[in-house]
Design a protein around this ligand. Structure first.
Ligand SMILES: [Zn+2]
Length: 1038
């Protein structure tokens, strides 16, 4: 699964107006979005109804009390409900033998009601009906001194599903569906209870029969237990061990409006609104679409049939085997049986999309389905083409063929995540898969590419071999994220993604988050279903990927690859936990004669939160001996660790520290030192007077390195004299380490600023990118300081000469250019962004000229790769007419990538009225898509002229926003960090704390992270701001 906004978002460049004016202002500007806090956050999830589950727990108590006051009325309701339910449960199922669904199911409870009307009332009654039964049952279990099996957070282990037959009828005209599921069950321990997941559905009938024999097992009663989202079938005799049974359930439900389970969305074609239905089951939403054992460990085979109007087509994981047409214009598609798989990877869709198709060398049919106009324009061709090549790449890399006969990619207008890797039917939000080469920038192309590489990796890591339980979700997500870079290198060999861009986009980004005391271990315990969303966060994705990369590097890439091949071969069609992987990798190492206990090493990295900073000190008294020590890195040393039992002093890691010695023209080959103690002495041969040490070669390790000041000075001299002695990735690594060590107070403030002094000679993209990202939070800490212009001037000086050398791109990209000049174009883009952000006059003029040309000619000749910078600079510098012009273009354009940057440009204005207008419009779903509203608010918060507006707007609208995005929602946590991350005064900290106190709970994790971040900001300003300015003043006068 791919979270929204995974990669760096291009920032609103918020340039200074006019320089004279700038001198008078305390304004600041936007650099690239460091996204150090943007990253944050538990996972997407949606809305009111989910909260209803939490609330229902509380409501449960209230209802019981109310029940005493209104006994008669409720009792009548309950008994009526209960009779219906048990009648249905006990009576003969109404389905006819040929598998068609009962007439009643064609008119499910939603039918005739306006679409979207939730089934709340039904469900509430059901739940209360359940409470009565459940009390009786619970008493019985209390006598046995055990918890009833349906109240436990995990399903009881006495049954195992072997195969599901699922027949669905989708009624798109009223957004309901009915289903009949037949589950073949194996009994592992005798029991009278069948407990399986089912949520938000109306169950019409339940029947249990011994397999093969026709004899039924009488159902005593059945009920929902909403707290654990299960449905309980109580039989009047025990199911016998080692026999298998068939459980048949007939049910119906809504095709939901919220984006989970089986849900609907729509798009407009030729002025007409068209609807589609599609599923999102990960992590725990299959239970909303059919009763099932909805835990990853219960792998089974599935045979699905979907009945729908013939004007639609249906898709599922497997190809259609047969289609049966009926006279009334309906058709039933019968899909082939799946291999063994987990419920959360099941998928189906009912839509009237069209497709294009390709076939891999090994014969896998790949189709891209999208709305007909997009297919006609060819917007899916890029994705289709790289998918074919990537399947071939993975088949070769893993030495395990793709498991299914086909893979469909489905581009949908609305989806809760960027994409979801359902086996054979992966779903993507349109912005992450459709691409129009004539108007897409390199970064957009990169985004699309990497999302596809990610989802395809999951066809092996996830679909084929599935984590046993959600605590190890980081394994599948870490792998998919890591392979985004490896797979993109396969497609574009010159881009060096794994060696370079991985550092800035993954490693540096997640170390910002994981350096907070309120972080958490990458492997997290998960019990309740409601906690599962929490584990899909940036720590799981990015730290997971960074740890896997460290592992691949200390193992050696070829041994690592062999180990992965073994792991996939051994566990295919099954589940595996992290220890299974560690064992397989240890064995692979053993085969090449190396003995490392990978489990022992990796447990420290996956079960402890945070990461170490290594300090390397030259020993002044003894030659050639250095002292290496480790401690946990934290930004705010005053912040309390989340678990006080784990004081920072107890943190230790086994660290594969690579180290090299350099002098003016040469660097030695690297040696590896395993550091496992708090402090160690090591002998380094050939350590001469003028030679410097470099640790963590090419930044393959997940830690920071600090040195004594003498060594830092030698490194700075080396960079100034001949920076190419130090590799590109190490230059980027040194920059990121230095800025962050200084921010946390481990290093004097001037060191990072001295490091970037060699930038007039830096021709590689990566160090620029690392610097621009590291400067971003520093800029935000200083932007309201009186002496801000000193900082501004210092940065402009470092940028000026490369800006002059590189100039502006003159024409638009064509396809071949993308391949050839990625590094060069990205470098130029980065430098232009810094120049325009910090107020380079020429940069401002150039942007204004380009915008004026667009307005006067109505032809957009602005080079694609800098359009966002130009739009933003134009909106910020020029008058209101430009804002109106961009606003008009935002409405009229249909290309998704263009729409997004136009909207973001609107947040760059320095006119507070316009910013307020935009904030208010952002909540109007007709104008701004729900998922884009958050970007609008965050981008206004990054604009120095709008920061307080966004902060105020956030607090005033919190109730609306929280209701819209839900409290466990990834979007919500992104919003919270985006709006608060740059607050840095005592007053703002107080406002934040008061605000948290004044509302009723929710999003506690995000808010505690926000408080820690703002506290660290305030602390840094108090301790180091003056030191920095003093040095800057001195430096500029020299
Ligand atoms: Zn994923």
């Amino acid at each position: 699964m791919d979270l929204e906004e995974k990669r760096e978002k291009r920032p609103p460049v918020t340039p200074m107006m006019i320089e004279e004016e700038a001198a008078l202002r305390n304004g600041s500007r936007g650099l690239p979005p460091g996204s150090w806090a943007e990253a944050a956050g538990p996972r997407p999830r949606t809305t009111e109804r989910h909260i209803a589950v939490h609330k229902r727990l509380v409501l449960g108590f209230a209802v019981s009390i109310l029940a005493l006051l209104a006994v008669t009325m409720i009792a009548v309701l309950l008994s009526v409900r209960f009779e219906e339910c048990s009648a249905a449960a006990d009576g003969p199922p109404r389905a006819s033998g040929n598998g068609s669904l009962p007439g009643a199911a064609r008119q499910p409870p939603g039918a005739g009601q306006p679409p979207g009307r939730p089934e709340h009332e039904e469900e509430e009654k059901e739940a209360r009906g359940g409470e009565v039964v459940e009390e009786e049952e619970e008493e019985e279990w209390q006598r046995r001194r055990e918890l009833p099996p349906w109240t436990r957070p995990r399903l009881p282990r006495h049954l195992r599903p072997l195969h599901y037959n699922l027949m669905l009828s989708a009624f798109m005209e009223n957004f309901t569906f009915s289903g009949e599921v037949n589950v073949q069950l194996e009994v592992l321990n005798a029991s009278r209870y069948i407990v399986l997941h089912a949520h938000r559905m109306h169950i019409e009938a339940v029947r249990v029969a011994e397999d093969k024999l026709a004899g039924g097992v009488r159902v005593d009663r059945s009920f929902f237990y909403p707290q654990t989202q299960v449905f309980v079938v109580v039989l009047n005799r025990s199911l016998e061990v080692q026999k298998s049974y068939n459980l048949k359930i007939i049910y119906n439900a809504l095709i939901e409006n919220e984006l989970l389970g089986f849900f609907r969305s729509s798009y407009v074609l030729h002025g007409e609104r068209r609807f589609l239905g599609v599923t999102q089951f990960s992590p725990t939403h299959a239970r909303k679409a059919f009763p099932c054992f909805d835990e990853p460990i219960y792998k089974a085979t599935f045979k699905i049939s979907i009945r729908h109007q013939a004007t639609y087509l249906s898709l599922s994981n497997m190809p259609v085997e047969t289609s049966v047409f009926e006279e009334d214009g309906w058709v039933t598609d019968h899909f082939s049986q799946t291999p063994l798989m987990s419920t959360y990877y099941l998928a189906w869709a009912v839509c009237n999309f069209t497709y294009r198709e390709t076939v891999t060398k090994s014969g896998v049919v790949v189709r891209l389905y999208a709305r007909p106009d997009a297919i006609r324009r060819g917007s899916g061709d890029y994705a289709l083409n790289i998918t074919r090549r990537l399947i071939e790449f993975y088949e070769d890399y893993f030495k395990v063929p793709y498991s299914l006969p086909k893979l469909d990619l489905l581009a949908v207008p609305k989806h809760p995540y960027a994409a979801m890797e359902n086996w054979g039917l992966s779903v993507f939000v349109e912005q992450r898969i459709l691409l129009d080469p004539s108007i897409s920038s390199i970064s957009y192309l990169l985004d699309v590419t990497m999302v596809i590489v990610h989802e395809l990796c999951h066809q092996w890591f996830g679909d084929l071999v599935t984590p046993v339980w959600w605590e190890d979700v980081w394994l599948k997500e870490g792998f998919a994220h890591y392979f985004e870079f490896v797979g993109t290198d396969y497609l574009y060999p010159g881009w060096n993604m794994e060696k370079q861009r991985f550092l800035t986009d993954v490693l540096h980004e997640v170390m910002l988050l994981d350096g907070l005391a309120s972080s958490h271990p990458v492997s997290q315990e998960v019990q309740q279903a409601t906690d599962i969303d929490r584990v899909f966060d940036w720590i799981a994705y990015k730290k997971g990927a960074a740890l896997i990369r460290m592992l691949a590097n200390f193992m050696g890439h070829s041994v690592f690859q062999m180990g992965l091949q073994d792991y996939l071969t051994i566990h295919k069609y099954g589940n595996a936990a992290r220890n299974d992987l560690w064992n397989t990798l240890s064995k692979a190492l053993k085969r090449v004669g190396k003995s490392v206990n990978i489990q022992q090493v990796m447990d420290q990295w996956t079960l402890q939160m945070g990461y170490p900073v290594i300090t390397i000190l030259g020993n002044e008294t003894t030659d050639n001996v250095i002292v290496i020590s480790q401690e946990r890195f934290v930004y705010d040393i005053d912040a309390k660790p989340k678990d006080p039992a784990l004081g920072d002093s107890s943190y230790l890691w086994q660290i594969p520290l690579t180290i090299a010695v350099g002098n003016t023209s040469h660097i030695s080959s690297e040696a590896i030192i395993w550091v496992s103690n708090k402090s160690e002495h090591h002998r380094i041969p050939a350590l001469e007077e003028a030679s410097w040490l470099l640790g963590n070669i090419n930044q393959t390790g997940y830690f920071r390195v600090n040195y004594d000041i003498r060594n830092w000075r030698l490194i700075i001299n080396q960079l100034t004299r001949n920076h190419e002695v130090i590799s590109v990735s190490n230059r980027a690594g040194l920059i990121d380490d230095a800025f962050n060590l200084a921010r946390a107070g481990y290093l004097p403030q001037n060191i990072p600023l001295e490091i970037i002094r060699y930038f007039s000679e830096e021709k590689d993209f990566l160090p620029w990118h690392a610097a621009s990202r590291a400067l971003y939070p520093l800029d935000k800490l200083l932007d309201r300081a009186e002496n801000y212009n000193i900082f501004n001037e210092y940065i402009l000086r470092q940028v000026a000469s490369m800006y002059l050398k590189l100039g502006w791109p003159t024409n638009n990209l064509n396809k071949s250019l993308v391949q050839a000049s990625y590094q060069h174009e990205e470098l130029r883009r980065e430098v232009i962004m810094l120049a325009c952000s910090f107020g380079n006059k020429h940069c401002h003029q150039q942007a204004a000229t380009l915008i004026s040309d667009w307005i006067s000619s109505n032809r957009n000749r602005i080079p694609l790769n800098v359009r966002d910078i130009v739009y933003c600079t134009g909106v910020s510098l020029m008058d209101e007419d430009v804002w109106e012009f961009i606003w008009m273009k935002f409405h009229s354009t249909t290309a998704v990538s263009e729409k997004k940057i136009l909207l973001e440009a609107l947040t760059c204005s320095d006119d507070r009225n316009l910013l307020n207008r935009l904030l208010n419009l952002s909540l109007n779903s007709e104008v701004v898509l729900d998922q884009d509203a958050i970007d609008v608010i965050i981008h206004v918060a990054r604009n120095p002229h709008g920061r307080d507006l966004a902060w105020k707007f956030f607090r005033e609208k919190w109730k609306i926003l929280n209701a819209r995005y839900g409290e466990a929602l990834f979007m919500n946590s992104k919003l919270i960090s985006g709006v608060t991350e740059f607050l840095n005064t005592e007053e703002e900290l107080r406002e934040l704390k008061n605000f948290i106190k004044s509302y009723e709970g929710g999003a506690a994790v995000s808010f505690s992270r926000a408080v820690e971040t703002v506290e660290a900001n305030v602390r840094w300003k108090k301790l180091y701001k003056e030191e920095l300015f003093q040095w800057l003043r001195k430096s500029l006068t020299h």
